[in-house]
Design a protein around this ligand. Sequence first.
Ligand code: S1T
Length: 542
Amino acid sequence: MTLAEALLDGLKRHGAEEIFGIPGDFALPFFKVIEQSGILPFFTLSHEPGVGFAADAAGRCRGSLGVAVVTYGAGAFNMVNSVACAYAEKSPLVVISGAPGIAEKQGDLLLHHQVKTLGSQFEVFKEFTCDQVVLDDPRNAPEKIARVLRNCLEQSRPVYIEFPRDLVNAACDAVPLLEPSVADPQALAACAEDILTRITAAERPVILAGVEVRRYGLEQKVAELSRRLNLPVATSFMGRGLFSKSDCPLIGSYIGMAGDAAVCEAVEESDQLLMLGVIVCDTNFGVSAKRLDIRHTVNASDREVQVGYHGYRGLSLSELVDELLCQTESNANHATPVKPDYPRGLEADASPVVPTDIARAVNDLFDRHGPMPIASDIGDCLFTAMDMDNTQLVAPGYYATMGFGVPAGLGLQAATGQRPIILVGDGAFQMTGWELGNCRRYGWDPIVLLFNNSCWGMLATFQPESRFNQLDDWHFADMCGPLGGDGVRVNNRAELQAALEQAVATRGRFQLIEIMLAPDARSATLQQFIEAQGRRTGMRPG
Ligand code: S1T
């Protein structure tokens, strides 16, 4: 086989199911093989940030590799922010960049797309990928590809593969599957014992589950563990959407003082907090009422387990959860905690819409038609999502990049075949909303709920005196026809409910509902979040 075929076949055998990309001359030969070989389905989008977000989301919601293929320089650098997001939020994204051929590199001309040196791009991506390879020798390429893909999956972080264009058709062996890294069994047993002793001695133990639980496919196992140990489970803000399909004693999502008070109390008053795969960051712990007490905390993430003041290294979350299950017995008498009570029952009247109405309308819709997965951007739409039923959610809850929602929704539909709801603010829609124009070609039909408050609302909350946070009214709904979808603008609750029904009933075209909101209408969660952040940082909300 050729090096390009070996790479595609290796990606597939490591769990990739599709590719997102935008070609360029340094990547054209590889794109030709992608198309002609048909080894993996292939989708082109319009702008590299969207490519990165779509591939990231595809990997996130399937719990396997997402793949983004771009050209050298202008293409790859355009995707830097998306890859940074994937690194920060632990998403197994494979970045493949075309590159100048080995022969071309010998000449004395500067090559187009070259910035400083021909190695500059490699150095930039090295900073936020967990492993990298340049495929400059077909003889050792299979081993190197295998190493990089294994690290991508094991560390659940992006990796970078640079592919010189003159080696695409070089003869090459197949990519092997390497043995997984394994923890020291004695350390693993001791660590699990240590944790279980602490939980048995505690009065108010709680599990806080984060994104790694999804990344490593552990939802069912963690749910079983919580039943066995009779522990309530909260998710982190980033982990929202976990356990949507498992029978888990879930009490809600922990966002410190910004979120549900009962969840906040359960986590912060716990005398043994078992954090599984949580990103310990300011979106949850920065707004907590009190600091984490390390003495009463177990923190398992990034293949390390910190138990109080001592740590165990080289243990994956999967191995730890398996070992904890080995050391516990099933428990038919576990308590069922009170389920979170999300708002429902929208009054379909002529009142203007506020963000909580959108959550209410979506929950009512789920009651009538069944739950749908959600892709959300950052903005009040994500805080409003905390009032929606706990369905599958992909969102940049930690890195907080705008522009994620729309392309992530497309990635979600491509990867799972399920029709998603996309939540996005008007500011974020201005960045990557145009990727919706690619739906028609691929038959994607997401339902987009555009929160149009005609401003950068989160920023205006912090600094209301600044006029630059006001945005123009772009009338997004009017633009949908030529893009291949249907758009409708709604001004009140009755129109919102009718538009949602119409959207669900219309398949095969994307449906955009432009929900007009007053600039100062914000969800209670965002208001509390900004106030709590303000107390911490000294920035006072308006
Ligand atoms: N650029 C990018 C790519 N990501 C960002 N998060 C920002 C800038 C800063 C930023 C926010 S929130 C926000 C900006 C500009 C306003 C978002 O406006 P919109 O999408 O309309 O949503 P809403 O009106 O609900 O706020 C972050 C978090 O610092």
